[in-house]
Design a protein around this ligand. Structure first.
Ligand code: ZN
Ligand code: ZN
Length: 482
């Protein structure tokens, strides 16, 4: 239960992830909602409870039994329930009737039997006359919704806590069994109205909405939260020098400065921008991020089936598009530098799956054997090509101990990883240039396995050959995941 002042946010259904609830709540509370004030003084409840003795207008020692008994219905009319609330708690059939008409039926029956009934006309104790404001709420809701495309809408209500408590008490004590509560009834009335007023087809849902409409029943204001749109694909990167994600300018950290020509970017383009920028325009979203299975360095190509990735489009006004067409649009705009497989709809939980997946990967690496010693003197490499190949083959099936590489130590804790070389094949030596392919466990530092990173990776090609090695290039050949 989350409390805010004496109000609480009432959502239909409670199956949102904790994360989402937190999100909803934060944004809701930051909207500075006032404390819900109820017209109910504490005494009023006691008054209702002690009214039993006074209810002798039908017979002596009159006991109120819940609606649809006439005593229950009479009590509900007497304490000032509105027609909508009489309709929902009065215990009459609602088939082919509006809530209001059903309530009027109850009221007329009670007044026929008891024309002189004294009625408290201040405010409906079950809804504080909210149902009579439904037109206002609905028209505000519709004007907000008009900006968005959606097929799943969830309604949330901010209601004063004490109203909810007294409504619950009155409904369960005097109302018919299984009457819908205030929140359910409001939701169903509003749903019916917006369905007739909006042309698009949508469901009112209790979980995983595209749009969450938060209705503040005190101020009758409506606030929409638009959930991100997620698209899954696998991308190939055919060009070196392209970073995987948006890279902020090192000097200004993205604020924009002279150095970056006020773009805020260290590199103008990235795999992320090439894929997601065209989508941003189509879905009229505010911004994007990409969530990929692993990372590749700026100078590493990613070939084969490509890298699984989920593109997140934030605050999209549009949601429905021909994804095949969009795939073509992205690929055309990226003009062979990056290519994506057909896009499909994804979701937030797939982001977690993709990010947490530990997929083995295959690589193709090329490096140079250095025949210059620390003093800068050239020397003759003593090993034959066959000896080089045979020494490198020793790494096949070996488990590496890899201390966090120097080049990433600024963002990763220094520790030792154990990773296996599953397969190592197609070793070729041409003068001082060596290349081979390998399949390694997820998370293996491949460049370091060749260079040894000053002894941080054990064993390594450099150590086995007793030569310095300099990586020329690296390609990801495959990411072994479905
Ligand atoms: Zn009412
Ligand atoms: Zn800058």
């Amino acid at each position: 239960m989350f409390l805010y002042g004496s109000s609480r946010l009432e959502l239909l259904g409670d199956l949102m992830t904790e994360d989402e609830v937190e999100e909803d709540w934060t944004s809701y509370s930051s909207a500075q909602y006032g404390t819900g004030e109820s017209i109910f003084e504490e005494d009023n409840l006691n008054e209702i409870e002690s009214k039993d003795e006074e209810f002798d207008y039908f017979e002596d020692n009159y006991e109120i039994s819940p609606a649809p008994s006439i005593s229950g219905q009479t009590h509900l009319v007497r304490i000032g329930c509105c027609d909508f609330c009489l309709g929902r708690v009065g215990g009459v059939s609602l088939i082919k009737k509006t809530l209001k008409d059903a309530g009027l039926e109850v009221r007329n029956e009670v007044l026929n039997l008891n024309p002189g009934l004294e009625i408290d006309e201040t405010v409906c104790p079950l809804c504080e006359n909210l149902f009579s404001e439904i037109d206002i709420i609905t028209s505000r809701l519709i004007s907000e919704l008009n900006d968005f495309e959606f097929s799943r809408l969830q309604l949330g209500f901010q209601l004063p806590n004490d109203l909810l408590e007294s409504e619950e008490y009155i409904r369960t004590t005097f109302g018919a069994k299984r009457s819908s509560n205030l929140k359910q009834a409001l939701s169903s009335e509003i749903s019916t109205m917006i369905r007739t007023l909006l042309e698009n087809d949508f469901d009112i849902v209790n979980e995983f909405p595209e749009i969450l409409a938060l209705i503040d029943c005190l101020t009758l204001s409506v606030k929409l939260e638009c959930r991100s749109l997620y698209l899954y694909t696998r991308y190939c990167k055919f060009e070196r020098g392209l970073p995987q994600t948006k890279w902020n300018c090192r000097t200004c950290k993205g604020r924009g400065c002279e150095k970056c020509d006020n773009t805020g970017l260290q590199y103008l383009e990235s795999v992320q921008s090439l894929i997601a920028d065209p989508l941003l325009e189509v879905f009229l979203a505010d911004s994007h991020s990409t969530h990929s299975m692993g990372r590749e360095d700026i100078d590493v190509r990613c070939l084969g089936n490509g890298r699984p990735t989920v593109i997140e489009l934030k605050n999209p006004k549009k949601r429905f598009a021909d994804l095949n067409k969009l795939t073509k649009l992205v690929n055309k705009a990226a003009s062979g530098r990056v290519e994506i497989q057909p896009l499909r709809i994804s979701n937030k939980s797939e982001v977690v799956r993709v990010k947490d997946a530990a997929a083995d990967k295959s690589y193709h690496i090329c490096f140079k054997l250095l025949n210059v010693d620390d003093e800068g003197n050239e020397f003759e490499i003593q090993l034959t090509d066959d000896e080089i190949i045979s020494k490198i083959s020793e790494l096949n099936g070996v488990e590496l101990n890899q201390r966090t590489p120097k080049r990433v130590s600024h963002r990763r804790a220094d520790k030792i990883r154990k990773r296996k070389i599953i397969d190592l094949y197609e070793i070729k030596v041409d003068d001082k240039i060596v290349e081979f392919k390998l399949k390694a466990q997820s998370g293996t530092y491949i460049k370091e396995m060749v260079t040894s990173d000053n002894g941080r990776t054990e064993p390594s090609v450099a150590k086995l050959l007793d030569l310095k090695c300099e990586v020329e290039w690296l390609d990801v050949l495959d990411i072994h995941s479905d």
